[in-house]
Design a protein around this ligand. Structure first.
Ligand SMILES: Cc1cc2nc3c(=O)[nH]c(=O)nc-3n(C[C@H](O)[C@H](O)[C@H](O)COP(=O)(O)OP(=O)(O)OC[C@H]3O[C@@H](n4cnc5c(N)ncnc54)[C@H](O)[C@@H]3O)c2cc1C
Length: 397
């Protein structure tokens, strides 16, 4: 046990003064999210994580922040710029990965898909209640036998009168069991890729959802196995803007951008906790921060966090100017997810026995980093996307 309770408020680490580059509006939003995380999330999240329980009460309080819908600017959505989206994601990740993932799946992937590919009628029907969290969204792409090779999904959508019949299976789908709108990605009889929205999936015939228990990371957000057997979806629920798998690149690219910030946030929080701990924890009559080997770890962490922060800020500028390529965002995801793993491990080492305890937060960040390493493209897949852009040679298949 620590002599003093684990801190919930720490000085935010910003060695290269990136704060100076923010507009007043960006800084004000960042500060609001930061305060919210420190008062709402950090003091309350650990019991949910430990029990693998979704913190619905905390998640609903996201409505206190003007962030829902991210860049979407109609139907009560926040209309954020891309730096703001990054800063919001970073601050949420510093608090807790599960809340961050709930928000990322609902607001980024689900609302983002409807906002990008939906008809005006679909946007009118779904976006406003989603912005008010009256309807929660989920995004079902991955399947039991299809992970990295997402283009090879096997779920089918067969045209039948005034609707489609969906058959197949999905795996790892975040928010699915609490979702009111479940976006299922499937192929039709001609092999064309499409997005189909299942409304009220818990009460839809043919939909079976099973919680994936036993996760060691992101424990407070639920992921489900989904089985779809002759599930009827009306034509009006097909997203008309999806023309091919490539359409998804836009939503996945912004998703990967967010996850790069998320990894940076996880690493920064782990570093801040470890630095605070190292200054307070005494061994051999001195704070452990006075030992060279501990300083080595702190410098490694601080350097990696600074690199991650700078990569994210520049990527945000490129995205804002429509200059972000697939390779650029994959490079950030590749680097930051890998480094978040490294930095959280070092933080755990500095806190050692206490680093194992959930009450000191770092263990949660450390295992959440493992999930970030996997989703939005595994490390290998993102590496190969960068490799393809550098060489012009496709090495993924
Ligand atoms: C907690 C969590 C939440 C998630 N949430 C969602 C969600 O909401 N919606 C959703 O659709 N999906 C979600 N996912 C799924 C996630 O996107 C996949 O897990 C990810 O794409 C990897 O797929 P896989 O786990 O099946 O690994 P696999 O694709 O089976 O990969 C296994 C290993 O093989 C490597 N590999 C695969 N192909 C190649 C290749 N060509 N060259 C070299 N190496 C390769 C991979 O990098 C990895 O190391 C989530 C996953 C987790 C763990």
């Amino acid at each position: 046990m620590l002599n003093t309770p684990a801190p919930t408020t720490l000085d935010a680490f910003d060695f290269y003064r990136l704060d100076d580059q923010l507009t007043d509006k960006q800084r004000a939003l960042r500060n609001r999210v930061r305060d919210w995380v420190q008062t709402v999330v950090l003091p309350n999240i650990n019991p949910y994580w430990e029990k693998a329980e979704f913190p619905r009460e905390l998640a609903m309080r996201l409505l206190e922040l003007p962030i829902m819908g991210g860049p979407l600017a109609t139907h009560g959505c926040a209309g954020l710029d891309f730096i703001e989206i990054g800063l919001v994601t970073y601050e949420l990740a510093k608090g807790d990965g599960s809340i961050g993932t709930f928000f990322g799946v609902h607001s980024g992937l689900a609302m983002g898909s409807i906002g990008t590919f939906g008809s005006e009628e679909q946007k009118d029907r779904w976006l406003a209640p989603m912005a008010r969290l009256e309807k929660i969204g989920a995004f079902g792409l991955t399947e039991p036998e299809v992970g990295s090779n997402a283009v090879g999904i096997k779920t089918t959508a067969r045209k039948d009168g005034d609707g489609y019949i969906l058959n197949g299976a999905k795996r790892w789908i975040g928010n699915a069991e609490i979702a009111d709108l479940l976006i299922i990605w499937a192929r039709d009889e001609e092999g064309k890729f499409g997005g189909y929205v299942i409304e009220d999936p818990r009460n839809t015939e043919g939909v079976t959802m099973t919680n994936i228990g036993g996760k060691v990371g992101k424990r407070a957000v639920w992921n489900a196995d989904i089985h779809l057997e002759n599930v009827r979806v009306p034509i009006a629920n097909k997203l008309p803007g999806v023309t091919s798998f490539k359409s998804l690149a836009l939503v996945l690219g912004v998703g990967r951008y967010g996850v790069s910030w998320e990894a940076a946030g996880i690493a920064a929080a782990a570093f801040e906790f470890a630095l605070d701990y190292a200054k307070k924890r005494e061994q051999f009559g001195k704070p452990i921060a006075s030992f060279q080997l501990i300083q080595h770890k702190l410098v490694e962490m601080a350097t990696e966090v600074t690199l991650m922060q700078n990569l994210c800020m520049q990527l945000g500028r490129l995205l804002s100017n429509f200059q972000m390529s697939e390779g650029m965002v994959s490079m950030a995801k590749y680097n930051n997810a890998r480094k978040a793993r490294y930095v959280t491990q070092l933080a755990r080492e500095i806190m050692d026995g206490n680093g194992i305890l959930i009450e000191n937060h770092v263990a949660r960040l450390w295992t959440d980093a493992e999930v970030v390493y996997t989703y939005e493209g595994t490390n290998e897949v993102n590496l190969l996307i960068v490799g393809r852009e550098l060489t012009g040679i496709q090495a993924i298949v």
